[in-house]
Design a protein around this ligand. Structure first.
Ligand SMILES: Nc1nc2c(ncn2[C@@H]2O[C@H](COP(=O)(O)OP(=O)(O)OP(=O)(O)O)[C@@H](O)[C@H]2O)c(=O)[nH]1
Ligand SMILES: [Mg+2]
Length: 190
């Protein structure tokens, strides 16, 4: 896949705006501020294609980035306490339509902050993906912030939750796990 050619395609704030799913889609989900946009930028090797926020809840739209018949989909973050109820409903509606309308989703990367015990939101998302039989890989983000012992403990915790090794520790800062994520994308998008 030619990551150099990847381009912002469009942003969608409501479910009925979503265009047909005519190409393979690889998407990125997770709590607000978990590092979705940073991951996309690191993995495709572009500094600021996806907007990185200092304030949580910046990406309130579904953003499509496209190349060679593949779409990378930056999903809006969840679990940001301060958003209004109406915004939460909009989020839920967007996500339900995105995941529930038979789109050509080849892989979902479910991002979880490696420094913390997964939240109920995180666990719900993992359950939801399993239930919907959407192929997914968990990514443990911000691995650069952990020491060796914490790193091992976080991996062990996720192994117990998932019952397997279907997760990738990752750092947008030092590139830990980036190659593995690229491999999963290439394989899924074939
Ligand atoms: N140390 C470290 N910081 C990171 C990493 N990834 C992201 N960050 C920081 O975490 C913050 C949020 O990153 P984003 O990539 O904007 O997170 P997001 O999930 O896209 O957030 P929303 O769009 O609000 O849902 C920013 O301040 C990033 O610089 C990482 O791997 N290591
Ligand atoms: Mg973002």
């Amino acid at each position: 896949m030619n990551y150099n050619k990847i381009q912002f395609e469009a942003a969608f704030g409501t479910a009925n705006q979503l265009p047909p799913s005519d190409v393979a889609e690889i998407c990125f989900a997770g709590r607000s501020n978990v590092g979705k946009s940073s991951l996309i930028n690191r993995v495709i090797g572009r500094k600021s294609l996806a907007r990185v926020s200092t304030k949580p809840g910046k990406t309130v739209t579904i953003n499509f980035y496209s190349t060679d018949g593949v779409r990378l989909v930056d999903l809006p973050g969840y679990g940001y306490a301060k958003v209004a109820n109406a915004e939460r409903l909009r989020w839920a509606d967007l996500m339900e339509t995105y995941f529930g309308s038979g789109r050509n989703i080849k892989m979902t990367f479910q991002l979880v902050d490696m420094r913390h015990t997964p939240s109920d939101f995180d666990l719900d998302m993992i359950d939801y993906l399993k239930q919907m039989e959407i192929p997914f890989t968990v990514v443990l983000t911000k691995s650069d912030k952990l020491n060796k012992t914490e790193y091992k403990a976080a991996c062990e915790r996720m192994r117990e939750i998932l019952g397997d090794d279907n997760f990738i520790p990752f750092s947008a800062q030092n590139g830990d796990g980036a190659e593995k994520i690229r491999e999963v994308i290439e394989k899924a998008a074939m």
